[in-house]
Design a protein around this ligand. Structure first.
Ligand SMILES: *[C@@H]1O[C@H](CO)[C@@H](O)[C@H](O)[C@H]1NC(C)=O
Ligand SMILES: *[C@@H]1O[C@H](CO)[C@@H](O)[C@H](O)[C@H]1NC(C)=O
Ligand SMILES: *[C@@H]1O[C@H](CO)[C@@H](O)[C@H](O)[C@H]1NC(C)=O
Ligand SMILES: *[C@@H]1O[C@H](CO)[C@@H](O)[C@H](O)[C@H]1NC(C)=O
Ligand SMILES: *[C@@H]1O[C@H](CO)[C@@H](O)[C@H](O)[C@H]1NC(C)=O
Ligand SMILES: *[C@@H]1O[C@H](CO)[C@@H](O)[C@H](O)[C@H]1NC(C)=O
Ligand SMILES: *[C@@H]1O[C@H](CO)[C@@H](O)[C@H](O)[C@H]1NC(C)=O
Ligand SMILES: *[C@@H]1O[C@H](CO)[C@@H](O)[C@H](O)[C@H]1NC(C)=O
Ligand SMILES: *[C@@H]1O[C@H](CO)[C@@H](O)[C@H](O)[C@H]1NC(C)=O
Length: 847
């Protein structure tokens, strides 16, 4: 099948004689000038054309183009101007005359293709074959991206370079698809990224996006959205439309803009599409939005000064820097229709709205006077104050000229050979020019550097424009900054010291966010199923903070720190210990001092009545020692209060251990005395000898020094030390004394317990002994209290750490001391003070 098809095609082509007849002669250019080397041009002189329905009974005619575009006419004339200027110069391409052939594409892809095919086929080539003479060395084309893609795809395979002055589609940077494409306008890739940068710079994280539904808009918008997403900007909606869309479609888009919550709209829209959109926006009276525009409309005077300018006031966007071309204005205005060029005639008729008489057509209507002049006319053709695109055309022509100059490398010697042919011979192939164009680099007269990078793109620098209302009420383009890709990333977007005026003549930067920023102390949590820019603010957890707005995470505080109430700083954790300022501390101190004064009081009473039988009978020496040790016991509770230090930690356990042992050994001594005393009263025993005052003292000293030894060992081997306990509570630190060696601690306590138990057992045995004033009963009772207090202390100590443990410990010390004090001394004091009649030897012996 494939073979048959190819063979049929082959024979058909062969049958045509000569082959070019198949297509007919190429179209003739709109503007032409012959030269040694020709540069082609395709401009969209007209915006539309008359649809012709072919009848196929005769050769289809060339479509008729309508509505002349003055802007494009200026661009084309700039190309002519540049070529003439080069021909006038002697330092570049000396002896070589440049020619041009400029075609009209009427803004259609079909016509652009036709023009590009005509450019590469010589008109007179029909005679013999379709062999292409090497006259067109480069093509300057086109204004729109889509026709440029078609042209580049058509002439690219012939190695003819295509240089565009206005096709910005990033897709054209693809060297695989467009190996022979160059341009003097930056790729939209950079513009889209610049727009995303701008949006990010002003903190708009929630924007709407509109684009033209063509290669220009769609490619630009894709890059913008990609870059914006990368920068953390969210796009609320993204819609594409085209000027030929039905009205309902445009209305739908305007409704979306109206109902959206974003206040900033990025419009990657060509100027002709923007006009259509603007009409609908005006009809629905949508004002107050901040528009960010692409270069196509942001530098368009027609839109900026039109009757709906109030809608777009304050718009911002990037534009190609303006330039000046010396001599261009004179060149443009000296044009006259008398040269016979049809296009010039049409321009004349359009500008002056008159008809130029000609032989063929009958005259009717307004006839041109013949004294009109373009010199004082103000329109897009004659205006040279906004030369941006025209300058790109100018640079493109110069790039070709410099390339040719370099390829030919014409020396004086070549020129002196008679003609320029020697030089011309050096360019037999268009690929030579194509190759040299990649390396061309020169400065224009205004100092602009022109070169192409490996993708055929020029140096990228944009001006940042802001539409501000001038004194006369019209919109002015104010340059407020620039964007230069050649600089490091953080310097690319720079602002001049000029205040920006925003939408509605505001001087405050508009806000366009989905969610308000999260204050410090909270973190962002993305709402489920919505873009990342829409989030809730969640307070940080305990012990975590965020000290910046818009934190994504909360930070954990260091170990000794804790979050404050607002969760925005870490504060030192509360140190908890029983202090003298605490109510509990004050109460305990009061009790301890009370205990001391009671003890001293009792000691005084005993001292005053030291000669009475009851004091004497109860072993006054041990009693005073007991009172002394009880005083120490009350006082040692004070060492537990206050911030733990190295010394207080060592002191309070040992002081407690030693005083208590002293105390209990006194009690033990008393108990033994009672036991012995009873035994002594039995006939035949002389035990009292064995436990006299000396032995009593010795036993107290022995018991106590044993505890002292335990304490000394404990303190030397592994003493208690102050310790910050952070494990128990997250928000506070417990300052406590670590016992150092648990064995030491329990040995001290165990020894006290052992003595207490021994004392209790002995007292218990002695309680029933017949004696009028048997102390053993009271000692039993006091030891019972003592043991009960300390046994209840243990679970409390183990279970509730913190300052309450210390309080419980002090309470236990005080309670047991009071217990001892009252049980042993209260009955005696009662008798001494209130019942002195019982305080007689007789009464003592009574029973
Ligand atoms: C080139 O030179 C010719 C003759 O000197 C002059 O008329 C023409 O204006 C010049 N063109 C340019 C573009 O300089
Ligand atoms: C094309 O041919 C015609 C006559 O056949 C001739 O007058 C004209 O100069 C030729 N044009 C070119 C560019 O060779
Ligand atoms: C448009 O809206 C503005 C306020 O938003 C109002 O002042 C103005 O009158 C409206 N214009 C029309 C034509 O409705
Ligand atoms: C041209 O000439 C006509 C009279 O023939 C005169 O009315 C008109 O003002 C002139 N226009 C200019 C621009 O000189
Ligand atoms: C140009 O020609 C000169 C001799 O005329 C030669 O020395 C020089 O290398 C050539 N330059 C290039 C770029 O070909
Ligand atoms: C054009 O080429 C010639 C010869 O190579 C050179 O002398 C001249 O400087 C070139 N002109 C420009 C403008 O570079
Ligand atoms: C161009 O062609 C001429 C003869 O037609 C030949 O002498 C010359 O070497 C060629 N130049 C190149 C660069 O191919
Ligand atoms: C910007 O301009 C203001 C006044 O217009 C001036 O006070 C300020 O110093 C300028 N800043 C810089 C960086 O030039
Ligand atoms: C936030 O806290 C971090 C770490 O504590 C600190 O480095 C940073 O400077 C703080 N930032 C502010 C704005 O306080």
């Amino acid at each position: 099948m494939g073979f048959l098809h190819t063979w049929l095609l082959f024979t058909m082509v062969r049958a045509a004689d000569p082959p070019c007849k198949l297509w007919g002669p190429p179209d003739s250019p709109q503007l032409r000038r012959d030269g040694d080397v020709t540069i082609g041009g395709i401009f969209s002189f007209h915006n539309s054309w008359e649809e012709m329905i072919p009848t196929f009974t005769s050769r289809p005619e060339r479509p008729k183009c309508k509505s002349l575009s003055l802007r494009e006419f200026q661009n084309a004339q700039t190309m002519v101007f540049a070529i003439e200027e080069i021909n006038n110069r002697s330092d570049i391409l000396p002896g070589v005359r440049l020619g041009y052939k400029i075609y009209d594409s009427c803004g259609s892809i079909e016509m652009a293709l036709r023009a590009s095919l005509s450019l590469v086929n010589e008109e007179n080539a029909s005679q013999l074959s379709c062999q292409r003479p090497i006259t067109v060395q480069a093509v300057i084309a086109e204004t729109s991206s889509t026709p440029t893609i078609a042209i580049s795809a058509t002439v690219g395979p012939l190695h003819i370079p295509v240089i565009s002055h206005f096709a910005t589609c990033a897709c054209l940077s693809d060297r695989k698809k467009h190996p022979s494409f160059f341009r003097t306008i930056p790729s939209d890739y950079y513009q889209s990224r610049a727009l995303a940068n701008l949006v990010k710079y002003f903190g708009w994280t929630w924007v709407g996006a509109l684009c033209s539904d063509n290669d220009y808009g769609n490619n630009g918008m894709n890059t913008f959205i990609k870059a914006a997403t990368e920068f953390g900007v969210c796009v609320e909606f993204s819609e594409a439309f085209f000027r030929t869309d039905p009205k309902e479609e445009i209305q739908r888009i305007v409704n979306i803009v109206k109902s959206a919550s974003s206040k900033v709209i990025v419009a990657f829209v060509s100027y002709s599409d923007m006009e259509v959109l603007l009409g609908e926006l005006a009809q629905q009276n949508i004002t107050g939005l901040q528009w960010i525009g692409s270069e196509s409309w942001i530098s368009d005077m027609n839109i900026a000064t039109g009757k709906w300018q109030h809608i777009l006031r304050g718009s911002m966007g990037f534009a190609i820097p303006k330039a000046e071309i010396r001599g261009l204005e004179e060149f443009l205005t000296k044009l006259s229709p008398s040269s016979g060029v049809a296009l010039y005639k049409e321009l004349w008729e359009t500008v002056f709205e008159c008809k130029i008489p000609s032989q063929e057509t009958a005259l009717s209507g307004n006839i041109c006077k013949g004294n009109e002049s373009l010199i004082n006319v103000q329109n897009q053709y004659t205006d040279v104050t906004e030369l941006q695109i025209a300058n790109n055309v100018y640079k493109a022509v110069y790039a070709v000229a410099h390339t040719l100059n370099r390829t030919m490398n014409c020396s004086k010697w070549d020129l002196n050979q008679g003609s320029a042919n020697k030089c011309l011979e050096k360019i037999n192939n268009t690929w030579q020019v194509l190759n040299a164009l990649k390396e061309v680099s020169f400065f224009t007269e205004t100092g602009e550097k022109v070169y192409f990078d490996e993708n055929g793109d020029p140096a990228t620098r944009y001006d940042l424009l802001n539409w501000q209302q001038g004194k006369d009420g019209t919109t002015k383009f104010i340059k407020v900054g620039f964007y230069d890709v050649s600089l490091p990333p953080d310097l690319q977007l720079s602002f001049k010291n000029i205040s920006i005026v925003w939408a509605q003549n505001e001087h405050k930067v508009p806000v366009s966010v989905c969610s308000d920023s999260c204050p410090s102390g909270t973190r962002k949590a993305v709402q489920k199923g919505r873009p990342v820019c829409c989030y809730d603010c969640i307070p940080c957890a305990d012990g975590e903070i965020s000290n910046e707005t818009d934190s994504v995470t909360c930070l954990k505080c260091p170990p000794t720190f804790w979050s404050n109430k607002w969760r925005d700083t870490c504060v030192l954790k509360l140190a908890e210990f029983l202090s003298f300022e605490d109510v509990m501390g004050i109460v305990l101190v009061a009790f301890s001092l009370l205990g001391v004064s009671f003890t001293l009081g009792i000691a005084v009473v005993f001292f005053i009545h030291k000669d009475t039988p009851i004091v004497k009978a109860n072993n006054s020496e041990l009693s005073f020692l007991l009172l002394f040790s009880l005083t120490l016991c009350f006082l040692c509770s004070l060492t537990f209060i206050g911030r733990p230090t190295e010394w207080s930690c060592m002191l309070h356990h040992t002081a407690f251990g030693i005083t208590f042992v002293l105390c209990i050994s006194c009690v033990l001594g008393k108990t033994l005395v009672v036991l012995m005393a009873f035994k002594a009263t039995l006939p035949g025993s002389n035990v009292m000898k064995w436990f006299g005052p000396l032995q009593q003292r010795l036993s107290v000293i022995t018991f106590t020094s044993l505890q002292v030894i335990i304490c000394v060992l404990w303190l030397t081997i592994s003493p208690p030390f102050p310790y910050m306990n952070m494990n128990l509570y997250q928000e506070r630190i417990i300052l406590e004394c670590n016992v150092g060696s648990a064995f030491g601690f329990w040995a001290v306590l165990g020894y006290i317990g052992l003595l207490a138990l021994l004392c209790f057992i002995l007292a218990f045995l002695a309680r029933k002994l017949p004696d009028n004033f048997n102390e053993a009963k009271f000692i039993t009772f006091s030891m019972l209290i003592f043991c009960a207090v300390w046994i209840t202390f243990i679970p409390a100590y183990v279970s509730s750490p913190g300052k309450f443990t210390v309080a419980v410990e002090i309470f236990a010390i005080l309670a047991s001391s009071f217990g001892l004090l009252f049980c042993i001394f209260a009955p005696k004091c009662y008798i001494i003070l209130l019942k002195p009649e019982q305080n007689t030897k007789k009464h003592m012996m009574g029973k």
